[in-house]
Ligand binder design. Structure first.
Ligand SMILES: [Zn+2]
Length: 84
């Protein structure tokens, strides 16, 4: 990513998960220009964060299903549902 002001390379200095988005997996990224020190923010989708949350949700659903004594748990395209 290049700086809009001077054209130098910008480096990622901070990435924080964004819980305000309707879909899990987005993060707020902060970039700083190596040339002029300009700061830019952007929202980006991080597939690894999404996959981590999907795995956590599936594990929680599997635990709750086994506690209830059976049923089905399926994770489909990021949306988890449990059929009892
Ligand atoms: Zn710059």
């Amino acid at each position: 990513m290049r700086c809009m002001a001077c054209g130098e390379k910008m480096v990622l200095i901070k990435a924080i998960e964004d819980w305000n988005m309707p879909v899990l997996g987005f993060e707020r990224e902060t970039y700083m220009c190596l040339g002029c020190g300009d700061i830019e923010h952007r929202t980006a989708f991080n597939k690894q964060i999404k996959e981590k949350h999907d795995a956590e949700i599936a594990a929680i659903l599997a635990r709750s299903q086994s506690a209830l004594g059976g049923g089905r748990v399926r994770l489909t395209s990021g949306r988890a549902w449990a059929g009892i």
